[in-house]
Design a protein around this ligand. Structure first.
Ligand code: L9D
Ligand code: CA
Length: 855
């Protein structure tokens, strides 16, 4: 028995490597993601892990996540070292830098966190082998060095072991697979295909070889077989090109992503033995960008409709499996997109393949963001990363543009600063260098760059790219919504020939926050909707704009971000768990012409609090011409949507109601049903809790307690509210609470807060936070949203129902800055009113929330 198990374990350790020994010549590829050991440089203990893996799950809980080295180890046994074979280790991504050792010998290293790299490990192999990989996410000479996302460290994509014969396609060219397919000319009648193959001969003799390309049409029918002979000296790699014409090509487009398959084999013409094989998909399409007429695809005007996509998902960070990447492309397609900006870095092969297969045009870029540092080696690494991206994703028909800089002047010193000339010079120099490399690497695709809201890009010559991407946040970070239209009109007037894409536009939203008076930076679900309902019609209706990519497909992790959901950039159209926000249906209604869209946009606001006679807004997103709303079986009437939405202001009974929206598209009935609940306004007499989000127009529903804190209001007789003072807010993170937004809005310098309520014993709870010493915010916020300074060093007295409860007091007493302060007082209300009086001694008194409960 014991021998058997020992044999079984030996066999299982051997299994992944059996392929190495087989006599057959072809290539053997498999992942070796399992059975690794891992430790951070800061700890001693090794723990078993599988890759994809990231060592920065701490970014979900702390702003200063681990930055530094970490080690990965994996051992494996080879019964015998394979003869006449080559073995390669391919790592699809390790961030940001990796040094590799095999059996104590240095194999090599890689600088760059978002593209693959491959090493020939044959010379180092022995019976018992140990791979050791040191990864480092803190290198300052490797881009990105500053950005609005987490620099996740780890081997977070697949690790492959590839075995080939001694004559094989080159695997050591910047992590590519040595086959490069392009379509220099395409039109309805004819397409030209060019296939460049790199063949390596690792044997000690010269080899005469034959390369065969079999081209299959989208229906799988063999269309052409192209052959070419070559002889490759020992130890050399040779490149051969083959060009051919394809008549009546079946064109590729997002609507019909027809792919041709090219099977490329390497043979020994004498023995007929197949030595290597590599299969690729390609698609025939042609496109152009024009400053006046916008984008065109396959000869027709074509509006690019897309989103930006980051690659993280809680709880695994960026260690996603391929199927998760494919799922994202499916969701993005379903929403009606035909375009994606793969931001801000090259992403998994699985994602780009899905763009080819499912039909999504793509912009891919390398992460040079915010500033070009004056760091030795940085520029070289950027050029290598650009070359890697292009060579590794060269064969994907979905990709139409390569990018290499995003908001590169955002944190650069301004023109008024002494450091500006040097910074300007090195930035423009690097851009010119990369533009040149890009065009050398790939003359068939467009070069793009994303600018933030300054005309400096045009003034200093960074508009050297084919297409200008504008990241515009008017009506969010700066100005008003209409400033967006004005910005684009002004740019087009000044530079009418420049093709443009709105490469970013977006507003944050938090499903706990709802407002009937939505405004910028209140993070309410309603304001994000207002923002997109303003931008999209302008983009759609403006011919010279080639298209757009909304920022962002998902809420994503940024350890340094504060705001309503610390460590989350919540501008997503989908939550980070890929649940759609209601707003995503606006895009679907605007962009899906092929299917009826009807959505009651209240899944993010399923519970309302209010009065039975009060009107409650129920928004419908739809591409139908008319919709009817039925509540509990009774029709509320029909309305004709404009800009793909309409709002029914309805009264609701207390409790749950069934809402049904219905309409028809070309005679096809469509409906959407959901349940909405109306909770009555708290009745103190009945012992309900009256909770108020002081200083804000937003209702806040805690996702921990489920309690809704009502939007604030001025005091009126018989009711409740503030007396005097000014509403203020901050995006500073509030610590030690999960209800941060409550404390991020407050009223300062109020004289009192009064609630008319029957006499009795009450629990009165006051909420506040001293945010005068907030942590530095990301540059992306453009200094927005921090009134915290206003209440610095404030001290005040508080008296409730005539009894002084706090004297010469500050919520920061004891150094508790940015901390959620919440204190409950038991008081006697003898005059049918609870009045909380504030007497400022220094600075400004302030209150962020109040909760009352009759005992
Ligand atoms: C920028 C915006 C985005 C940020 C992007 C960046 C934002 N400021 O996430 O990375 O490109 O949400 O602030 O445009
Ligand atoms: Ca508040």
């Amino acid at each position: 028995m014991k021998i058997m198990t020992r044999l079984k374990t030996k066999l299982s350790a051997l299994l992944p490597f059996i392929g190495l020994l087989c006599a057959q010549a072809q290539r053997d590829m498999k992942t070796i993601n399992d059975g690794w050991f891992f430790r951070k440089a800061s700890t001693e203990n090794w723990q078993p892990v599988n890759v994809p893996h990231t060592y920065n799950l701490d970014a979900y809980s702390q702003r200063n996540y681990y930055m530094g080295k970490a080690f990965y180890q994996k051992s494996f046994v080879l019964p015998e070292v394979p003869q006449g074979k080559r073995c390669f280790l391919k790592i699809d991504a390790a961030s940001k830098a990796a040094d590799l050792m095999l059996n104590g010998q240095k194999i090599g290293s890689h600088a760059g966190g978002y593209s693959a790299f491959t090493f020939d490990i044959t010379p180092y192999l022995q019976k018992n082998n140990t791979i050791e990989i040191t990864v480092d996410n803190s290198r300052k000479d490797i881009t990105p060095i500053s950005a609005d996302f987490t620099f996740w460290g780890g081997i977070y994509r697949d690790v492959w072991l590839i075995t080939t014969s001694e004559q094989h396609f080159n695997l050591l060219n910047h992590g590519s697979d040595g086959i490069f397919i392009s379509t220099p000319h395409v039109d309805e009648k004819e397409a030209t295909i060019e296939i460049r193959s790199e063949i390596t001969n690792d044997a000690t003799e010269k080899a005469t070889l034959e390369v065969i390309h079999q081209i299959y049409d989208p229906q799988g029918k063999l269309q052409q077989t192209l052959k070419q002979r070559l002889s490759v000296k020992a130890g050399e790699t040779q490149t051969v090109r083959k060009t051919s014409a394809i008549g009546q090509p079946q064109l590729w487009s997002p609507e019909s992503p027809r792919l041709y398959e090219i099977v490329t084999t390497l043979r020994n013409p004498k023995t007929g033995m197949e030595l290597d094989r590599s299969t690729h998909k390609t698609g025939f399409r042609w496109f152009s960008f024009d400053g006046e007429k916008g984008f065109s695809l396959n000869g027709k005007p074509y509006k690019l409709r897309g989103v930006n996509r980051h690659q993280d998902q809680a709880p695994v960070g960026v260690a996603l499996d391929d199927e998760a990447h494919r799922r994202d492309i499916r969701l993005i397609k379903e929403m009606g997109c035909n375009f994606i900006r793969i931001a801000h870095y090259p992403q998994d092969d699985a994602l780009v393949e899905a763009c080819d297969e499912m039909g999504l045009l793509a912009w891919e870029e390398i992460p040079i963001i915010n500033i070009v540092p004056d760091t030795p080696g940085y520029d070289d690494n950027c050029e290598t990363n650009l070359t890697e991206m292009i060579r590794q994703h060269y064969n994907h028909p979905s990709i139409i543009a390569w990018g290499y800089m995003n908001e590169i002047l955002l944190t650069a010193p301004g023109p008024d600063r002494p450091e500006w000339p040097a910074c300007r010079e090195r930035t423009v120099k690097l851009a010119q260098r990369l533009e040149k490399t890009l065009k050398q690497e790939d003359p068939y695709r467009a070069s793009v760059m994303a600018f933030n809201m300054t005309n400096l890009y045009n003034e200093i010559g960074l508009d050297l790219v084919d297409v200008s991407g504008w990241n515009l946040y008017h009506g969010w970070y700066v100005g008003q919504l209409n400033d967006f239209n004005r910005w684009m009109e002004d740019q087009h007037a000044r530079y009418p020939k420049r093709p443009t894409i709105i490469s970013e536009w977006g507003a944050g939203s938090d499903r706990r926050l709802h407002s009937k008076h939505p405004k910028a930076f209140d993070f309410s679900i309603e304001y994000q909707q207002t923002y997109v309902e303003h931008y999209l019609p302008f983009i759609e209706g403006t011919e010279y704009i080639s298209g757009c990519t909304y920022w962002n497909f998902i809420d994503f992790n940024v350890a340094a971000r504060q705001e309503s959901m610390p460590r989350v950039n919540n501008k997503g159209l989908f939550y980070n768990d890929r649940t759609p926000k209601d707003v995503s249906y606006y895009f679907k209604a605007m962009w899906r012409k092929d299917t009826p869209v009807l959505h009651i946009a209240s899944r993010d606001w399923p519970i309302r609090t209010g009065d039975i006679n009060e009107k409650h807004p129920v928004k419908i997103y739809t591409n139908l011409d008319e919709v009817e709303l039925i509540i509990n079986g009774k029709s509320i009437g029909k309305q004709r949507p404009a800009n793909c939405h309409t709002v029914f202001n309805v009264t609701l009974p207390y409790g749950t109601s069934t809402l049904k929206a219905q309409g028809d598209k070309n005679g096809q009935m469509v409906e959407d049903v959901m349940v909405l609940r109306l909770d009555a306004m708290p009745d103190l007499a009945k012992g309900d809790e009256l909770a108020i989000n002081v200083g804000s127009d937003c209702a806040f529903t805690s996702d921990v307690s489920g309690l809704t804190w009502l939007p604030d209001q001025p005091y009126s007789k018989g009711s409740w509210g503030y007396i005097e003072g000014k509403a203020r807010s901050t995006t500073s993170e509030i610590e030690n609470t999960t209800d941060g937004p409550l404390y991020q809005t407050w009223r300062e310098n109020l004289r009192a807060y009064q609630i008319d309520a029957p006499s009795g014993t009450y629990e009165v709870e006051l909420l506040m936070a001293d945010v005068s010493r907030s942590r530095p915010q990301l540059a992306n916020l453009l200094g927005r949203g921090d009134d915290g300074q206003a209440i610095a060093d404030s001290r005040f007295n508080i008296t409730i129902c005539g009894r002084r409860v706090e004297t010469d007091f500050s919520p920061a007493d004891g150094g508790h800055y940015r901390q959620a302060f919440r204190r409950r007082y038991i008081i006697q209300n003898k005059e049918n009113k609870i009045d909380v009086l504030f007497e400022t001694l220094k600075g400004k008194c302030h209150l962020a929330g109040i909760k009352i409960r009759k005992l």
